[in-house]
Structures are given as C-alpha cells and as structure tokens.
Design a protein around this ligand. Structure first.
Ligand SMILES: Cc1cc2nc3c(=O)[nH]c(=O)nc-3n(C[C@H](O)[C@H](O)[C@H](O)COP(=O)(O)OP(=O)(O)OC[C@H]3O[C@@H](n4cnc5c(N)ncnc54)[C@H](O)[C@@H]3O)c2cc1C
Length: 455
C-alpha cells in the first residue's frame, strides 16, 4: 500500500473505500487483499493504526498499551497474521500468570489437585473454586446467554461464591482482559471467556486451568518487532493506497452509492467500510429516513474501556523473565511485564523495558494514578524496580470502543451492515466479539463475509 493524496485519487480504481485506518480498517483491507481486491483507506490522523500503535522513545520502542496479544496461535487475529503475512510474524509466549495477593503469590493451578492446594485461598475457598469451575464447565453457550444482562459478580454471588480472594483474583484477570471489573463485566461474556466456548479472545484462557484443572498451553504472546513492526508489515501487505490527514466529514446515500465528504472533497463509491467510532457517526451520517438516524443514534453511546500504561526504561535488568505478573492486592490491579525479556530489540543492550498496565481510573488525574501505581506494594513485589529508571513514559487511551458490559455484549452489537445500502461498519464497537485486536479481527471477518457477495 502506498500513500497518496486526495487530489490524486480516482475512487473507481478501488474495490472498496475504507474510512478510518485503525485495526479494524487495516485488517479488513488485509483480508480484501487476499481476495484480490484493492482498498483506499482514508485516515483522519497523520498515521495509520488508530490506537494500535508503537513508537520509539530514545533507545526504547514502546507499544500503545503493553500489547500482550491474546491468542497468538488460534482465533481470527492469529489466522489473519498467519494467512496474510509471509513469513508470519513471530510471537513469544509468556511463562505463566503470577498473581500476587498481599505477600502471597500463586500461579494458575494445572490440576484439580493443585487447585486444592492453591496458596491464595484457604480450603473453603479452594473447594468453592473447584465447585464453580465444575458448574461452568458443564454450561452450554445457550445457557450462558441468559446471563448477558447481569454482571459476573452477580452471577458468582447467585452461585454462592463469596470468597473474597477468589473474587479478587478473578476481578484482576477480567480487568486485564475486558477492561472492566467483575461488578460490571457481563456474566455471559466472562463465562464464555472462561469456558472458551468459541473463537473468542481472552487473556483468561489460562484461567480454565484454574477452573477445570486441564492442561492448556498459554496462548498470549508478545510480537517480535512490537506493534510498530506489525503495523508496518500489515501496511506493506495491503493492496491499495491510503491518504493521511483525510477526515471524513459527512456520509450519505447518493442513489446506489455512498457519498463521503473528505476534507471538503466528495468521494462516491458503491462499497464503503467505516472504521470510524460509532460514537461519531450521528454527526457524520446525513439521512432523510428517520430509521437511519435512529440506527446510528442508538449505537453512539457504547461505553469504551480506558487503559493507562506506565513504561519504565531501566538502566539495568531488574526483572529479566517472561512471567505475566498481576498485582491483585494492594490495589489498583496492575499487570507487569518485562517486554525486553520477550524481545530484546525494544531496549538498548543490557537495559530493560518494563510496562505496567492498569485500567484507567478517570475520576483521578493521570499524575495521581501514576503515583498510586508506583506505590501500593509495587516495590515489595519487585524490589529495586524504581531505583533504575532512566526513561518514564505514560500513555492513556481508550483500548476498546465497547466494554463487555450488559447491553454491549456481542449479542447486542450492530453491524457489519447498516441501513445505508453499501455502508458497512467495522471496529471494536461493531459486530466483532472478543477483546482488542481479536475483536477488531473478528469484526473484519464479519465485514468480509458480507462484502463477498457484493463484488
Ligand atoms: C492501552 C491499550 C492497551 C491495549 N492492549 C491490548 C492488548 O494487550 N491486546 C490486544 O489484543 N489489544 C490491545 N489493545 C486494543 C487494540 O489495540 C484496540 O482495541 C484496537 O486496535 C482498536 O481497533 P478499532 O478498529 O476499534 O480502531 P480504532 O483504533 O478506534 O481506529 C479508528 C480509526 O479511525 C480514524 N478516524 C476516526 N474518525 C475518523 C474520521 N472522521 N475520518 C477518518 N478517520 C477517522 C481514527 O483516527 C483511527 O485511526 C490495547 C489498546 C490500548 C489503547
């Protein structure tokens, strides 16, 4: 794919026009390439990728968010990478989850026997965990659907699980995967994630071990070359062109075509895929029919998830392993990873790049949140971590455009089709289920399936 300008383009040179070049837009274009189609991507900002982003800071290379990609061996995202990039990108798996609750530490037990010896809970708690695990294990997807409108915490309480440590560990894991706590996450989404009912993404796949005592390999990994390298490869593999600094200002039906006004210029095409957040669509879509406006208005209030990531460049190696650590107590829940232990190219030689991610508490300033992240048990857990910092960098952003809460589960989402003929929607707030890049890839899959019959 090469960069072009609005003055140079002829829309009829392309099979599809894609408005917005975030993960959903880019992955759609990548899959279209495999079908022999050319795309034109129109991106408002001055770079591709949206919140899927990586960049350099001094001698370090950071991602937007710590980007432990969920499911690097199966699921849509991994299929996209394996099928459409040659050779496929390499991912390094982590070496297991480590949960820290005050001064106790526990991994994910890999058998019922280990569950019954789990150091983080007493015998009553362990038995309760084994019981709820057995219950979830026997649930069908249909049965889970009846819990889509209650929270996972309500579900657990309804099943008599009140052990605080178990709830706290689940809270931290669901926080990291879904961006919301168990008091908000839809029970249906949490259950099917734990049960691994389908192709959905989850950082919690390994929780199955805890619940069911069955051996499953971890399937979460870090991409060699980081997000920067990955996006570059995806961009290079796409057939078509892109325009940066090209905000879509208006979308309307024009006969059988979709008309876009882009930085003052009109572009008409038969097939348009919008990766623009649904929250912006009511301001962009101009329609005479009230049902069209009602559709976009209805889906414009989805609640996103917000992440905060603190990057630390250390002048020497302090952690030096590939464990995926979660500090459950004291709060806030923090997810700690030594990225340079996975991919040494992200830090200068002999130094270490560490990321600490948490769900952003938007009632507090970023400075306050960073302060709390650095305190509250962090240096008890990893002594010396803050003594060697030579680079510090904070990121905040929405992570996914629709949190997996009641009313926003994959069963409640719109798309990929819209009431405007020829206009499709893609992205983490549309038809795709799962979280993060899996969700973006799933949504791209849905769009491609719809588009196939239209060429
Ligand atoms: C802190 C953080 C941590 C994360 N961690 C992980 C992780 O560990 N694992 C994982 O799988 N995923 C992770 N993700 C999530 C993943 O990166 C995102 O969910 C995904 O990239 C969002 O894709 P999207 O298609 O919804 O697009 P978005 O990123 O929302 O892209 C939308 C695009 O449309 C453009 N646009 C908007 N309006 C217009 C307009 N009017 N005209 C033209 N263009 C427009 C935007 O500029 C943007 O490029 C993380 C994200 C963040 C921020």
């Amino acid at each position: 794919m090469k960069q072009t300008s609005l003055d140079m383009i002829d829309p009829s040179d392309y099979d599809v026009v894609i408005a917005g070049a975030g993960a959903g837009g880019l992955l759609t274009a990548l899959a279209l390439t495999a079908e022999g189609k050319r795309s034109l991507l129109l991106e408002r900002s001055e770079r591709l990728g949206g919140v899927w982003h990586g960049y350099r800071l001094g001698g370090y290379r950071v991602d937007q968010g710590l980007h432990m990609i969920t499911r690097v061996t199966r699921g849509s995202f991994s299929r996209f990478m394996r099928s459409y990039l040659t050779p496929p990108p390499q991912f390094v798996l982590h070496e297991g989850w480590h949960f820290r609750v005050d001064s106790r530490e526990g991994t994910i037990p890999s058998s019922i026997g280990q569950t019954l010896r789990w150091p983080l809970a007493g015998m009553k708690g362990r038995l309760s965990l084994a019981r709820i695990g057995a219950r979830i294990k026997t649930m069908s997807l249909e049965e889970m659907k009846q819990y889509k409108d209650i929270s996972f915490l309500q579900f657990m309480h309804s099943r008599g699980v009140t052990n605080q440590i178990i709830l706290d560990v689940m809270q931290s894991a669901i926080y990291m995967a879904a961006g919301v706590g168990i008091e908000r996450a839809s029970a249906y989404e949490a259950l099917r994630t734990l049960r691994d009912t389908d192709k959905e993404s989850s950082k919690l796949a390994s929780f199955k071990k805890l619940l069911f005592g069955i051996g499953i390999e971890y399937d979460e990994g870090v991409a060699i070359g980081g997000m920067l390298g990955l996006i570059e490869r995806v961009t290079n593999a796409i057939a078509g062109d892109y325009v940066l600094g090209a905000p879509v200002e208006m979308i309307r039906q024009q006969g059988d075509l979709i008309r876009l006004r882009v930085a003052g210029k009109e572009i008409d095409h038969r097939l348009v895929v919008s990766n623009i957040p649904l929250s912006s669509m009511p301001n962009l879509v101009k329609a005479e029919k009230p049902e069209v406006s009602a559709f976009f208005e209805r889906w414009s209030h989805l609640e996103p998830t917000y992440g905060l990531t603190l990057w630390l460049g250390l002048n020497q190696v302090v952690i030096g392993d590939r464990k995926s650590r979660v500090l459950v107590h004291p709060r806030p829940n923090r997810w700690i990873l030594s990225l340079s232990s996975f991919d040494p190219s992200c830090a200068p030689e002999g130094k270490e790049l560490v990321a600490i991610a948490t769900v952003s508490d938007r009632s507090r300033s970023v400075e306050e949140q960073v302060q709390v992240i650095k305190e509250n048990g962090l240096t008890d857990y990893i002594p010396g971590l803050l003594d060697h910092v030579e680079m510090e960098h904070v990121q905040t952003s929405y992570a996914t455009r629709a949190a997996l809460i009641p009313g926003q589960t994959d069963l409640d989402r719109p798309g990929p089709e819209t009431p405007l003929k020829g206009l499709y929607i893609v992205g983490t707030d549309t038809a795709g289920s799962g979280v993060g890049l899996q969700q973006a890839a799933n949504s791209a899959d849905c769009v491609i399936r719809s588009l196939r019959s239209k060429f």
